[in-house]
Design a binder for this molecule. Structure first.
Ligand SMILES: *Cc1c(COP(=O)(O)O)cnc(C)c1O
Length: 722
């Protein structure tokens, strides 16, 4: 096993001896005091490590730590941070501790194939992971006894480099364990947690890592043990790499291994939440446990239903894992135990024909075994009820038990610190804890000059970041002049900047804005009112059409007709996302309706005063209120080509008539008053509703509560309030 830990942790000066502990608890990443601890410690290192305190502590000379331990400003930040960490971990005075029953020894388990917590832990690909990460953070803020279960992929998801001709290159980097905020998970007996998972006729060993996020603990499974065969070690090496066969084995490890890991760690969850179908084999292991205790198949299934919650995330058929039955039978061969006699009945729970013959479908398994199911927006719930109609024979569409529970974002993670300072000043000290609309009404009280000052500053941060990245690629990788240009070096830090960053795939129509190149060029290169476009995003390694879209966009960045006003930023990840959603002026989204289940990047942007310009799909169908951004609506058309053309026309018209004039219309003080009104409404409309604060409390009240009550706990508590 890899050794790790904080080199130099022994040598921390006594006054700041808990600094290592703070660096290892990713709670620091969304607590402003804790973040400032590490910024203050060494700002150059903070930036050059992409905000990785574990790495910082490893690199800092002892003298620097010694000096910090005598710096009163640093000590003040340090004391504040630790004073926040301890009650967070014990969850005193939280929403949960005040409203929910004490459930000693019980927990809520949340399974996901990816978690996006911080760029120093590269175990995520995109939106699904960001949602899982944001839920873990909110769970901690609200005081939930939440345990995340996922994978520790030492090679993570790929890093993207775009070649001079615009083709995506994928590179995997081995994680430097010494720089990662993880430690081995230990059993109640004090031993490193290692469990076994039967795969086919062999047994694979799985070790478990722990990540701390305040109150929340995240357990990550890793098959990279010496004792495993080389091909088994590879199973958890990368996220979404490999073929169907790798995929099913990973999912068995996640489901079966995840339940076994929780048991080995002494956990007894009251609720088992499956984030997407990837984790649905949790059900298999739990049914096996229950039948081992002597329950019948039917009672075991009923118990699993009572305690399982499932969230489905995509209306795109290819987004749901299906496996041929022979593959399932081969790989599950060793997993049955007491369930063996009910093999047929269990396999039938996953049986689904989506037009290509019966397959074992992970979403079908989850839909049939979870007592509570949700889709991630109102629109998506409707689509899901229709899409999976055969699961509920005899029920009308509107009776299909799929709840609409719209996604949200974690405010502490996504709000720019400069903006948070304005909120501190004008919204009252407790704005982070508020769901009350009244708090956000006070956004109107932020003076125009200050709000605009921060917006300008955030745009400049983005361009500093873009230029610095381009410089690094130029110096370290010796990329050509074209690549330096395409990376955004000709962008103007004062021009209206439109961001488009998301996975490159056909249904998101990344090229829509280039439909009429001349019309677009007129917009971009207008002498007094220039507009610029910043793109970022990866295509899935197996998605060649997605890579072609990316290449076409890249070629536009190199096209002189657009005057250097189109850029592509490589290697989109959490770090890049922060700069983009905070630093652009407008956030563009133009998917083919209704394929965007929710989308969350637009919420992050709006929270930062970056209004959304989007098709009325996903969350925007609920979030658009007329004055907080713009709705692209080309109307309904019989075929794709005319829909695309109409949507593109609607997009240009909005840009020409609404967006550009509002941004450039300045008063005597050079302030864009009309623009700032939209900025305020963007914040005002998103902050109380499209956040994990609202979402996680709804999860608890609507989806977890039945399981909690069913386990004999009284909920809601009598609080004495009326
Ligand atoms: C928020 C986020 C996403 C998801 O955004 P969508 O709007 O759903 O595409 C994907 N990747 C990263 C890095 C993000 O931060």
């Amino acid at each position: 096993m890899t050794t790790l830990g904080l080199d130099g942790i022994d040598s921390l000066p006594a006054r700041i001896e808990r600094l290592g502990e703070l660096a290892l608890d990713l709670w620091w990443s969304w607590n402003p005091h804790a973040r400032n601890v590490f910024r203050r410690l060494d700002y150059t290192l903070w930036r050059s490590t992409d905000h990785n305190p574990v790495r910082m502590l490893r690199l800092l000379p002892p003298a620097a730590l010694e000096k910090a331990s005598r710096d009163p400003i640093f000590l003040d930040l340090y004391d504040h941070a630790l004073a926040g960490l301890d009650p967070t971990r014990t969850a005193t005075g939280t929403w949960w501790s005040e409203r929910m029953p004490a459930m000693p020894g019980r927990s809520i388990a949340y399974f996901s194939a990816e978690f996006a917590i911080h760029q120093s832990l590269p175990i995520y690909a995109g939106g699904l992971g960001v949602l899982a990460g944001d839920i873990c953070k909110e769970g901690s803020d609200l005081g939930l006894p939440l345990l995340g279960v996922g994978f520790m992929y030492p090679q993570g998801y790929f890093h993207q480099h775009v070649s001079a001709d615009g083709w995506q290159q994928e590179g995997y980097e081995q994680l430097n364990w010494a720089d990662a905020p993880v430690t081995p998970a230990v059993t109640p007996g004090g031993r490193p947690c290692v469990v076994t998972v039967p795969l086919g006729s062999r047994t694979v060993k799985v070790s478990v890592w722990r990540v701390r996020l305040g109150r929340t603990k995240l357990y990550l499974l890793d098959t990279g043990l010496e004792e495993n065969a080389p091909w088994d070690r590879e199973l958890s090496a990368r996220l979404y790499g490999g073929d169907t066969e790798t995929r099913i084995q990973q999912e068995i490890i996640l489901g079966v291994g995840g339940v076994r890991a929780l048991r080995a760690l002494g956990s007894d969850p009251v609720v088992w939440h499956l984030n997407e179908g990837h984790a649905a084999f949790v059900v298999l292991q739990r049914m096996r446990e229950l039948t081992e205790q002597g329950q019948s198949f039917e009672t075991a299934l009923a118990e699993v239903r009572r305690t399982t919650v499932f969230t489905t995330h995509t209306p795109v058929p290819a987004g749901h894992d299906t496996f041929p039955f022979r593959l399932v039978e081969a790989h599950l061969a060793g997993c049955w135990g007491t369930l063996r006699g009910h093999r047929e009945a269990f396999l039938a729970l996953g049986n689904y024909d989506n037009g290509s013959g019966p397959h074992f479908n992970m979403t079908a398994l989850a839909l049939r075994t979870a007592g509570q199911v949700n889709a991630v927006s109102q629109l998506h719930a409707g689509v899901t009820r229709q899409m999976w109609a055969p699961i509920w024979p005899g029920l009308k569409d509107d009776r299909h038990p799929v709840r609409a529970l719209t996604n949200g974002i974690h405010i502490g993670t996504w709000v720019a610190s400069r903006l948070a300072q304005l909120f501190d000043q004008y919204l009252g000290a407790n704005w982070r804890d508020q769901r009350d609309d009244g708090v956000w009404d006070r956004v109107r009280e932020i003076p125009d000059t200050e709000l605009w000052g921060v917006r300008q500053e955030l745009r400049r941060y983005l361009f500093d970041f873009i230029r610095e990245r381009a410089r690094q690629r130029w110096t370290n990788e010796r990329v050509g002049g074209g690549q330096v240009l395409a990376a955004g070096t000709l962008l103007d830090p004062n021009a209206l900047t439109i961001g488009f960053a998301r996975r490159f795939t056909e249904y998101k129509r990344p090229e829509l804005i280039f439909t009429d190149p001349e019309r677009l060029a007129r917009l971009l290169t207008a002498a007094k009112r220039p507009v610029q476009l910043v793109f970022a995003g990866k295509a899935h390694p197996a998605d060649d059409p997605g890579k072609h879209h990316l290449q076409h966009v890249y070629q536009r960045a190199l096209d002189g007709a657009f005057g250097g006003r189109v850029a592509f930023v490589d290697d989109y990840d959490l770090h890049v996302a922060h700069f983009l959603v905070q630093g652009c002026d407008v956030w563009l989204n133009n998917p083919r309706k209704p394929l965007e289940a929710s989308g969350t990047s637009g919420m992050k942007a709006a929270l930062n005063g970056v209004p959304h310009l989007s098709i009325g799909d996903g969350w925007w169908a609920e979030g658009y209120a007329g004055d907080n951004g713009w709705l692209i609506d080309g109307g309904e058309h019989p075929d794709r080509a005319s829909t695309d053309a109409a949507d593109a026309d609607a997009l240009y018209t909005l840009l020409e008539r609404k967006v550009v004039p509002a941004f450039y219309d300045r008063d005597d003080a050079d302030l864009p008053r009309r623009w700032l009104a939209i900025v305020r409404q963007a914040i005002r409309a998103v902050a109380p509703r499209f956040t994990t604060r609202r979402m996680v409390t709804e999860y608890v009240e609507q989806m977890y509560a039945p399981a909690i009550r069913g386990s004999g706990y009284e909920y809601p508590q009598e609080t004495g309030e009326t």
